[in-house]
Design a protein around this ligand. Structure first.
Ligand code: HEC
Length: 182
């Protein structure tokens, strides 16, 4: 082989190796692991709605149908669980207090004002210290208008869900829903 041929071969090997690594996408901690599916509003199941009169918001909580079908009492959430929490502002009266419907529930304004998500996949979580790690869960926030990822610190997501819900697979409403008698 000529020098050029050897060099070209070496370069190509490098390029191919890089491509292979990129294709495998080795797991690294962070919100980039979670993607907001384009069709989540059509496909996901809203299993819980939480009125928060103090914050004057309504939280709609959705789960992917595959995980919904696999939820079972006292069991950890299945791999592949993606829970999406989409907040709406509550409609207010003249005094700024939330208006209530005939069932005593707060009335949402149409638009989502915030979207938070948590997802569990086999092998995720490796790389977080014990003060943060939530089993195999990752957290992310999305722009409610565009669905684009929102940058910013997520430590509080991990610490709050860890402190309050470590024994319930780090979830609040999802665990409660799976364990509710229906
Ligand atoms: C101070 C505690 C606290 C912090 C911080 C927090 N959460 Fe939560 N999270 C809750 C509670 C409590 C609920 C149940 C819904 C409710 O009552 O508002 C919840 C619910 C959720 C849910 C719906 C599934 C479930 O577990 O019920 C998702 C998804 C979620 N949080 C994601 C996030 C993300 C992403 C962050 C960070 C950006 C975050 N949370 C920060 C306490 C917290």
């Amino acid at each position: 082989m000529t020098r050029t041929a050897i060099l070209t071969a070496a370069l190509l090997t490098g390029v191919l190796a890089t491509a292979a690594i990129a294709q495998q996408r080795p797991y690294a901690t962070g919100p980039q692991n979670i993607q907001l599916p384009a069709d989540w509003q059509q496909r996901f199941i809203r299993y819980s709605t939480v009125d928060n009169p103090t914050r004057k918001i309504i939280r709609n909580i959705y789960i992917n149908p595959e995980a919904y079908a696999a939820l079972s009492p006292s069991a950890p959430m299945p791999y592949g669980t993606l829970v999406i929490m989409a907040d709406q502002r509550a409609r207010l009266d003249g005094q700024g207090n939330p208006l209530l419907d005939a069932n005593g529930r707060m009335i949402p304004e149409p638009a989502f004002i915030a979207i938070a998500a948590q997802q569990k996949e086999r092998g995720w979580g490796e790389g977080y210290g014990p003060e943060l790690r939530n089993g195999e869960w990752e957290y992310a926030r999305f722009n409610p208008a565009t669905g684009a990822p929102v940058e910013g610190p997520l430590n509080a997501c991990f610490t709050c869900h860890l402190r309050a819900r470590a024994q319930q697979d780090f979830t609040f409403t999802t665990w409660d829903y799976a364990n509710r008698s229906r």
